[in-house]
Design a protein around this ligand. Structure first.
Ligand code: FAD
Length: 451
């Protein structure tokens, strides 16, 4: 018989438990990727990145991967019937939309006597598995991380020696034609190469340099992890086996992977927190909206706030679909605390543009900054864009890379054009708001909301 293997956030063939389960269950495996219009509706860097990854997987399966456009709830049962598959294998999805969709697909398959079989997840420890002593989920990172470290996890799975892909004449739709797809780094082999290079030469300086957007000091694995081109289990096993595996740098790196696991776990237990405050304490906090606010938000989106580090980050996002973690925090703080805009507005913009756009890490990253989420960041922390810039981009290199209007300023001067006679010689915008005033306004609103 044939098994269907429905790929989603697991676009690889190594360390893939659902693939192993499909190989074990069927004489043949039909791999499929569904282009769901709900997830792929615009020509964004994220959509292009996903398509490049699917194209790479199609090559890795030697062309066996079948592409179908449409709603998976219709497409998957129809395909299973077409090829006579009794089982459809998947890696378990853990996001709110993915869970709803999979339940509907499972139901539709069952009506026809077929089965959806979920094996593994995109995480080293599946969301929902870690509970505290009283059987409740964690809402704070540090105790979660402690429990996560104590929790067992399986060793990485081997890549099957031979995969009996179904080679019958099953119709495949074409991938949408998108210019420049070949130029995008994507796919399992590229992810593996990037990870190995980082492990050998980048990891040792990670703890000291990871906060510097002017240096290329982080692993840039967020998109490969997002699409499952590499599994975190593989990363963790490689670190444990490496000579530097117990270094402070390695421990710091593992902690970042655990943040990814933590946010997925929080979202699993609180699906509504994708677009609503996780914690109700600040539900009375007033936010700004209306035409004047829209104008400010547009300036933020386009990198025209007049705060150099904010504008550099927002322009990098538009140009590259990626932003350094420090910049994600600084720009998110600016939108929520300097412009007093509700965090979902920014989370939506990030998701539309980030190549690694991930509902758990993004929306909980936003809530962390806004103070409405997991409680590591106190609500009264307001990032100062100038001191942040001077501290983490000490020579102004990062700002000059993304804001050409400031390239004539040397060193850290690029962070404070208002202090230099020639600061605005190349038409850089004046600050759209006064940070010190907005900081006070933000704190006053928080105080009132907490009363
Ligand atoms: P590295 O520093 O090399 O970290 C390694 C891996 O650890 C990352 O690839 C990522 O998978 C994980 N990681 C690191 N930091 C975090 C973190 N704070 N939270 C969760 N996981 C983390 N990450 C996403 O993958 N997708 C998003 O959509 C996303 N949106 C964010 C939005 C905001 C407002 C904030 C503050 C953070 C967001 N992050 C997001 C987390 C983090 O900024 C990125 O994972 C990181 O910048 C990616 O670069 P890297 O792979 O070089 O990271």
């Amino acid at each position: 018989s044939t098994s269907v293997l429905w790929f989603r956030r697991d676009l690889r063939l190594t360390d893939h438990p659902a693939l192993l389960a499909a190989v074990e269950a069927g004489a043949h495996v039909l791999p499929v990727f569904v282009l769901d219009p709900r997830l792929l509706d615009t020509d964004t860097p994220r959509s292009r990145r996903l398509l490049a990854s699917v194209a790479a997987l199609q090559k890795d399966t030697r062309g066996a991967l079948v592409i179908r456009h449409g709603d998976p709830v219709e497409v998957i049962p129809r395909l299973a019937k077409e090829v006579g598959a009794e089982q459809v294998h998947v890696s378990r999805e853990t996001t709110p939309y993915g869970r709803r969709r999979d339940e509907a697909v499972e139901k539709a398959l069952a009506e026809d006597g077929r089965e959806l079989v979920a094996t593994g997840t995109p995480y080293a420890v599946g969301p929902g598995r870690i509970l505290n002593g009283s059987g409740a989920p964690y809402k704070v990172f540090t105790p979660f991380a402690r429990a996560w470290h104590q929790h067992g996890r399986p060793a990485p799975a081997e890549r099957p020696k031979r995969i009996p892909w179904l080679r019958d004449d099953v119709h495949s739709d074409d991938l949408p034609k998108v210019d420049g797809l070949e130029g995008i780094e994507a796919g399992e082999a590229a992810a593996r190469k990037r990870w190995e290079a980082f492990l050998e030469s980048g990891l040792t300086a990670y703890d000291t340099e990871r906060d510097r957007p002017d240096l290329d000091s982080t692993s840039r694995l967020s998109a490969p992890l997002k699409y499952g081109e590499i599994h975190p289990r593989t990363i963790l096993a490689d670190i444990a086996a490496h000579s530097a595996g117990r270094s402070k740098a390695a421990t710091t790196y593992v902690t970042e992977i655990v943040w990814r696991e933590f946010y997925a776990d929080v979202l699993w237990h609180n699906p509504e927190s994708a677009w609503h405050d996780l914690r109700p304490e600040l539900s009375k906090l007033p936010y700004d909206s209306g035409p004047e606010t829209d104008r400010l938000v547009d300036a933020w989106r386009e990198g025209r706030t007049g705060y150099p580090i904010v504008d550099a980050g927002m322009r990098q996002l538009l140009a590259k679909g990626w932003m350094h973690n420090r910049l994600r925090m600084i720009t998110a703080s600016f939108l929520t605390k300097d412009l007093h805009v509700y965090w979902t507005v920014g989370a939506r913009h990030f998701l539309d543009h980030l190549v690694d756009g991930d509902i758990a890490s993004n929306n909980h990253g936003w809530q962390w900054v806004a103070g409405t989420g997991t409680d590591a960041s106190p609500y009264f922390r307001v990032f100062n864009p100038v001191t942040q810039g001077r501290k983490f981009d000490p020579d102004g290199e990062y700002v000059r890379r993304w804001v050409p209007e400031l390239r004539h300023l040397t060193g850290a001067a690029a962070h404070e054009p208002w202090k230099h006679d020639n600061g605005y010689d190349h038409d850089y915008v004046q600050p759209i708001v006064d940070h010190d005033e907005e900081r006070k306004e933000s704190l006053a609103r928080y105080e009132r909301a907490r009363r």
